[in-house]
Ligand binder design. Structure first.
Ligand SMILES: [Zn+2]
Length: 592
């Protein structure tokens, strides 16, 4: 069900954003705002800002932003309703009872419907597995030595050999075909109509950190293709920000996590007591997944297959861990292929021993590097030493570099001083790669004229929110119609209306919006940096330029929207142009 804007606004106004965000991020007051390390990207200096007066957060590094509700949604992967409920409980606001009539259900948050469908499907697949129809699936799990307890713990299931078994079941629960398709569990084509995505597969439900089913992996029984298949990405299933097994691993007491390749690896490890194991979801390990792991641990052990592809994946994983600021190690499972096989053959104690001896990522990289050189050939050997020296240069910290030189020299039987000299000469050649430095923000893109005009609009909105007293001067020249795109225009309309009757607050503008991406953009609009304004003269010039810039985008928009054959076209464009010219020479001062 949907709550009224008044209720949402009440919850929001009683949940101070600094208090709520402060529970997750260490914040420090600097000037008017609070700053901390962004929980959504890896950084060493805090570019994550929280404004108490605006009740918004905004990250100058990665662009994340929004209000207190969208923060909680993003941080804990919650639906809007779940975040609202959590905040209401915290603030002691009683929400009206939820209505479970079909009409109310149809109105409910779309995300919530997709979560409900996934949950119902998981229960259904589990019941299938335990029924006559699921014998094949159960036999498969038994052969893989899974206990009944493990099957239940992971809610494993089976999808029958039938094109629309699940679809029919979900329809009987009242879901529409479009909803089932949106949940990623069915597809539609002319020949088959709406049909199941998964059939004749053992099913692995994928749960998020809050233990909600968000998707599935399925392994085919027999020789069908593809062998493994996953739910497509949906509104609730973002593969790059979730990990299989995280719902359990996050509460592990191990102090580290193990990331491996497959569902069966994770399940076998958990069954053997290694409850810190997770897997990426049929895709390569991502930066987003590393950032999620960082909430729970500072050390990640990579456990990829002992083959060439696995080695490549490990090298890639090392880079991702490093960028995320996590300590990494690499597990060596030779002669076995993966954790599942290893544990079956050598048992849990041997596996534990391997974890203890997991290799430092640097030495792993060096070992892989060495494989491409012929160490019996003196020329090739010297080249290997030179590449070693280059790798050692990547350590920016002198002490750390020194320690590694020491260790490498001992391990590879190189005279320490020779290696030091070589490192120094490589460094002097400027061959230092930046692998160990903080990566640049990914949001730095090429600036287009479009961006420049939006920037002026953002600057004006930020300025107005910070200093409402300048409103009369702005309103003399600018109207909400001058804002170029729809979202900016609706925000400006709310803001101008609020300023006119003296009831403006940025938080009030926010209460009109619930979409996460819109909230992020609005937070950006109200948190644009006004740089290089120190003197009154600079202030006056900036004010003039911004007003002019916004008016200009209004003029451009007018030209674009009026058709040349419109009788008003000429009159309006000429008038617009005249006003712009007048504005160039106008003396507008924000402070007089
Ligand atoms: Zn950020």
């Amino acid at each position: 069900m949907r709550y009224s804007p008044e209720i949402i606004e009440e919850v929001r106004s009683r949940s101070d954003i600094v208090d709520v965000v402060g529970q997750y991020v260490h914040l420090q007051k600097k000037g008017a705002n609070y700053f901390g390390l962004c929980p959504f990207h890896n950084e060493k200096s805090g570019s994550f800002s929280v404004s108490q007066s605006k009740q918004m957060y905004h990250c100058f590094g990665c662009g994340a932003g929004g209000d207190v509700i969208s923060f909680l949604q993003k941080y804990d992967n919650l639906t809007f309703m779940e975040a609202l409920k959590q905040l209401a409980d915290r603030a002691g606001v009683k929400l009206p009872e939820e209505d479970d009539s079909p009409q109310a259900r149809a109105m409910r948050d779309k995300r919530q419907v997709l979560l409900d469908i996934n949950k119902d499907a998981a229960n259904y697949y589990f019941r299938n597995l335990m029924s006559q129809a699921g014998q094949k699936g159960l036999a498969y799990f038994r052969e893989r030595q899974l206990t009944d307890e493990t099957i239940k713990h992971f809610g494993l299931g089976y999808s029958k050999v039938s094109p629309d078994d699940l679809v029919r079941y979900l329809r009987s629960k009242g879901y529409a075909d479009t909803q089932i398709i949106d949940a990623g569990l069915a597809a539609f084509d002319e020949r088959m109509g709406t049909h199941d995505k998964f059939w004749n597969r053992v099913m692995f439900p994928i749960l998020d950190a809050q233990s909600k089913v968000i998707g599935f992996g399925g392994r085919v029984m027999g020789d069908g293709k593809p062998k493994y298949m996953n739910s497509p990405e949906t509104m609730v299933f973002d593969k790059s920000r979730n990990l299989f097994g995280l719902n359990y691993a996050k509460s592990s007491r191990a102090g580290y996590m193990i990331i491996c390749e497959g569902y069966m690896d994770v399940i076998a490890m958990h069954q053997a007591g290694f409850d810190m194991a997770v897997a990426s979801l049929g895709t390569a390990f991502t930066q987003g997944q590393a950032m999620i792991m960082k909430r729970y641990t500072d050390t990640v052990i990579l456990s990829y297959d002992s083959d060439e592809a696995g080695t490549k994946a490990a090298l890639r994983g090392i880079g991702i861990l490093r960028e995320a600021g996590l300590k990494g190690k690499v597990l060596d499972l030779r002669p076995y292929k993966d954790p599942d096989e290893f544990i079956k053959n050598l048992g849990r104690d041997a596996f534990e021993e391997r974890i203890k001896n997991a290799e430092n990522t640097f030495f792993f990289e060096v070992r892989v590097l060495q494989n491409s050189y012929d160490m019996s050939d003196p020329v090739s050997k010297t080249e290997f030493h030179r590449s070693l020296a280059r790798k050692l240069c990547e350590f920016q910290e002198p002490l750390e570099r020194e320690n590694y030189i020491e260790a490498v020299a001992a391990r590879y039987n190189i005279a320490r001083d020779d290696l030091k000299t070589m490192v120094a000469s490589v460094a002097a050649e400027g061959a230092v790669t930046k692998a160990y430095q903080r990566p640049k923000s990914t949001t730095t893109q090429k600036k287009t004229p479009e961006d420049a005009s939006r920037k002026n609009q953002r600057l004006l909105l930020t300025w107005l929110a910070d200093e409402p007293q300048i409103f009369p001067k702005v309103a003399k020249w600018v109207t909400p119609e001058d804002f170029s795109d729809d979202l900016y225009r609706s925000v400006a309309t709310e803001l101008f209306a609020g300023m006119e009757n003296g009831s403006f607050s940025p938080a009030h503008v926010l209460s009109r919006f619930t979409d996460e991406e819109e909230l992020r953009q609005i937070a950006e609009m109200f948190n644009t940096n006004l740089t290089q304004i120190e003197t009154p003269e600079q202030r006056r010039k900036a004010f003039h330029d911004i007003i002019y810039g916004v008016r200009q985008s209004g003029y451009e928009r007018l030209k674009k929207e009026l058709r040349p054959d419109d009788p008003e076209y000429l009159i309006k464009t000429i008038q617009g142009k005249k006003e712009l010219e007048k504005l160039i020479h106008a003396d507008i001062n924000p402070d007089d």
